[in-house]
Design a protein around this ligand. Structure first.
Ligand code: HSE
Length: 428
């Protein structure tokens, strides 16, 4: 019988227990597929006595994640503690220093410290794998590093935070405000302990930074992701966008342009009948464009015990098979330093504004757009009783600079009430 691959499991929350269950349920299947058994040797978590709904009595217990990570009887640290620093980082660094591979679901750790950790891993002849960190159960890292290994990637687009997608689709289907659905999501336990990670776009931004690094062979730079959350998405915009044939999504886009690497995570409109527009509830979807393969669409569960543990175990099985892909798909020293794009690529925009209902008001707004070089594709004024008229405009493709110029000029027209809403329409 070949030697087992021995795991030290750091973290016994939802994902950690999912890993325990898969190892226990599918031991024979994994051994057959990997050519050797995979066993959990030792575990660590904050509270030893907590009932976790899985039998962990056969595993050695460590109170200290660093001690677990440096045990001589483990080959791989499985880090599912979470958090960009603290015990997760300490255990990961200790594991690499003592010659272990690391499998992690920790997007924050990799997004903030990925380059340094990849370099440490390679110096030690080890690797860090993180399939579970991006879009949960969807094998998106494998798609990029294996299935698309011979493609130049042009663009990666996706919905990578299930909680935000749940909130936005529920707002539309029930006609409820953001605040009401946010509270609903909280009571259902969908939100991270710090909800801004979800609704502020940070969690999804971490994932996008990791995807961009692997897709374009660049150093991971989370701080270069332009992030806007969903907190200010109004039910009116969801309704009116639907009326124009669009849905609002918290959309991540990474693309290499002539002006540098563009990475942004923000509420955007997508055509309602596109795969992204059709995505409802807590599901994730990642679309990757490769020069040879064309467009690939991957869709599935982005979170949860089974899906996330499934992705962790896919990396573990690779290691058991002796497959050691570098953390970001290329040796760390070859990862390029791409300049960040200062402006997003031109796109059509959705504009919602409120006008004083008097002769010439619409003409003034149209002139402000025209003067800024922004061309109108469609325009709709809604029936109203108040002295103020809600107006929707869909522009042709324009730069954000030109649009901001026009929006600044709106204020000087004397007919615009309040601040207009501008949402990018992403062509997907
Ligand atoms: N909170 C995330 C989501 C899952 O809602 O998709 C963990 O990244």
């Amino acid at each position: 019988m070949p030697e087992p691959l021995r795991l030290g499991l750091a973290g016994l929350g939802t994902v950690g227990i999912g890993v325990v269950k898969i190892v226990q349920r599918h031991g024979a299947l994994i051994a057959a597929r990997a050519g050797r058994p995979v066993s959990i040797v030792a575990v660590t978590a904050r509270d030893r006595r907590r009932n976790r709904g899985a039998d962990i009595s056969a595993y050695a217990w460590e109170d200290d994640p660093v001690r677990l990570a440096t045990r001589r009887d483990i080959d791989v640290l499985v880090e599912v503690i979470g958090g960009s620093d603290g015990p997760a980082r300490a255990a990961t660094e200790a594991a690499l220093a003592s010659g272990k591979d690391v499998v992690t679901a920790n997007k924050a750790l990799l997004a903030l410290h990925g380059q340094g950790l990849a370099e440490r891993a390679e110096a030690a002849g080890r690797t860090i794998r993180f399939e579970a960190a991006v879009a949960g159960g969807i094998p998106v890292m494998k798609a990029l590093t294996e299935g698309m290994a011979a493609n130049a990637v042009g663009r990666v687009v996706g919905v990578m935070n299930g909680t935000c997608n749940y909130i936005l689709t529920r707002m539309e289907s029930a006609g409820l405000s953001y605040a009401t659905v946010f509270e609903e999501a909280r009571s259902l336990g969908y939100l991270e302990a710090d909800p801004t990670l979800d609704v502020g776009g940070i969690d999804a931004g971490h994932k996008l930074a990791l995807l961009a690094a692997v897709a374009f062979g660049t150093r991971v730079h989370f701080e270069q992701v332009a992030i806007e959350g969903i907190e200010r998405v109004a039910i009116e915009d969801i309704r009116l966008a639907a009326d124009m044939g669009y849905r609002v999504k918290l959309l991540g886009v990474a693309q290499m342009t002539g002006r540098g690497l563009e990475q942004r995570m923000s509420p955007c409109l997508v055509p309602a009948d596109s795969p992204l527009g059709q995505l409802s509830g807590g599901t994730n979807l990642v679309m990757i464009e490769g020069d040879s393969v064309g467009q690939i669409v991957l869709r599935g569960a982005g979170a949860g015990e089974g899906p996330t543990a499934s992705a962790v175990m896919a990396d573990v099985v690779d290691l058991a098979r002796g497959i050691r892909v570098p953390a970001f798909g290329l040796p760390a020293r070859l990862l390029a330093e791409a300049p960040p794009a200062v402006q997003p690529a031109p796109a059509p925009y959705y504009l919602r504004t409120t006008l004083v209902d008097k002769p010439g008001a619409l003409a003034k707004v149209a002139a402000a757009l025209g003067d800024a070089g922004v061309s109108i594709d469609r325009m709709r004024q809604y029936r109203h009783e108040a002295p103020e008229a809600p107006v929707l405009i869909v522009t042709h493709k324009t730069t954000r600079d030109a649009l901001d110029h026009a929006l600044a000029a709106f204020a000087a027209t004397g007919v615009v009430v309040g601040t207009p809403v501008a949402l990018r329409i992403e062509q997907v």
